[in-house]
Ligand binder design. Structure first.
Ligand code: A3P
Length: 305
C-alpha cells in the first residue's frame, strides 16, 4: 500500500463495487486505468493488502539488478513502492504512459478496473495470495502503523470489519475469487505467500521462468538471499524504516512484522475461528483453492518427505 500520500482523512469512498482511499486515489483517474495501452513487457503484481506485495516488489527489483542488492540499495528512494509504484495512486497512471520499459507496477485494485488489454494476453500479471486469517492479523497491525488508515478500536472490531469487507481492498473473498476466475484470460502467474515461505528458491525460479528472465544460478541464488525476511529487514528501503513518521507511525510497530504462517492462532478466539471457517467454506465452496494455515504443516511435510 502506498504510504507516500499524506492524508489526515481516513475515509473510504465507495466506487464501482470497490473502496478507494480519500486523498490517495482519484476515482476519475482510477477509471482511466482500464484504457491504458499495455506493452508485452509490462508486469502487474496484484495483491489483496498484506499478502506479500513488498516481498514480490523486492524479488522483481532484484531480477532487474541480476541479484545485485547494492544496485538496489544505492537507489535514492525510501520504499520499494517508489521503484515499483501503485498504478492506482494519484498521478501514477499518467506517469505509466510514458515510462520506459519494463514498466513494473503493483495494485490492490479489483479486476474490473485493470487495463482491458491484459485480457488480450498483453503484459503479465502475478497474483500473490495469502491465507486470509494471516492477512487479517497483518492488516490489523498495519492499520495501527499506517496513518492513512483508520486506527482499529480493537481486534474484535477489526475482525468484523474484515469479514464484512469494510476495509481498503474490500472483501478478501471477492478479490481472490474474481481475479482467480480470470486467470486463464490473461498471462497470469498465481502464487501464494505460503508457497514462497515453504520454498523461496523454487518460488523465485518459477517467477523468473514466468517472466522469461535469464539469470545464472548464482544470480538467482542472490535474488533468493536478498529477499528472505531477515535480509529484507536489514534493507531500509525494503523494510520501510526510512518512511517518515507522519506516514508510518514507527512507534506502533514495524512493517516487516513476523513474516510467517499461522500468527492468526495467537489472535483468533475459538469462536472467531469457527466463524471464519464457516464464512470461508461458504464463500470458497466453488473454488478449488487450498491454503496452508499453519507453519507446522510445512515442517511436518518436510519431515515426511
Ligand atoms: P506480517 O505482518 O504477517 O509480518 P504487504 O507487502 O502486502 O503489505 O505484506 C506485508 C506482509 O508480508 C507482512 O506480514 C510482512 O512481514 C510480510 N513480508 C514481507 N517480506 C517478507 C519476506 N521476505 N518473507 C516473509 N514475509 C514477508
Amino acid at each position: 500500500m502506498d504510504l507516500n500520500v499524506k492524508t489526515q482523512n481516513h475515509q473510504l469512498v465507495p466506487h464501482k463495487g470497490f473502496k478507494l482511499i480519500n486523498g490517495t486515489h482519484d476515482p476519475d483517474d482510477v477509471d482511466q486505468i482500464y484504457n491504458l495501452e499495455i506493452r508485452d513487457s509490462d508486469v502487474f503484481v496484484v495483491t489483496y493488502p498484506k499478502s506479500g506485495t513488498i516481498w514480490m516488489q523486492q524479488i522483481l527489483l532484484l531480477f532487474e539488478a541480476k541479484g545485485d542488492v547494492t544496485a538496489i540499495s544505492k537507489l535514492n528512494n525510501y520504499s520499494n513502492a517508489d521503484l515499483i509504484p501503485w498504478i492506482e495512486v494519484n498521478g501514477n497512471r499518467q506517469a505509466f504512459i510514458t515510462a520506459p520499459s519494463p514498466r513494473l507496477r503493483v495494485t490492490h485494485l479489483q479486476h474490473h478496473f485493470m487495463p482491458a488489454a491484459l485480457s488480450q494476453r498483453k503484459g503479465k500479471v502475478i497474483y500473490v495470495a495469502r491465507n486470509p486469517k494471516d492477512v487479517l492479523v497483518s492488516y490489523f497491525y498495519f492499520h495501527k502503523v499506517a496513518n492513512m488508515l483508520e486506527t482499529p478500536k480493537n481486534f474484535d472490531d477489526f475482525f468484523e470489519k474484515f469479514i464484512r469487507g469494510d476495509v481498503y481492498g474490500c472483501s478478501w473473498f471477492e478479490h481472490i475469487k474474481t481475479w482467480y476466475s480470470h486467470k486463464d484470460d490473461m498471462n497470469m502467474l498465481f502464487i501464494t505467500y505460503e508457497e514462497m515461505i515453504q520454498d523461496l528458491h523454487s518460488a523465485v525460479q518459477k517467477i523468473s521462468l514466468f517472466l522469461g528472465k535469464e539469470l545464472t544460478d548464482e544470480q538467482l541464488a542472490n535474488v533468493v538471499k536478498h529477499s528472505t525476511f531477515n535480509n529484507m529487514k536489514k534493507i531500509p528501503q525494503a523494510s520501510y524504516e526510512q518512511v517518515p513518521g507522519d506516514l508510518l507511525n514507527h512507534n506502533q510497530g514495524t512493517f516487516m512484522r513476523k513474516g510467517t504462517i499461522g500468527d492468526w492462532k495467537n489472535h483468533f478466539t475459538v469462536a472467531q475461528n469457527e466463524r471464519f471457517d464457516e464464512v470461508f467454506q461458504r464463500e470458497m465452496k466453488d473454488f478449488a483453492l487450498s491454503f496452508i494455515w499453519d507453519i507446522n504443516d510445512i515442517e511436518n511435510q518436510l519431515l515426511v518427505s
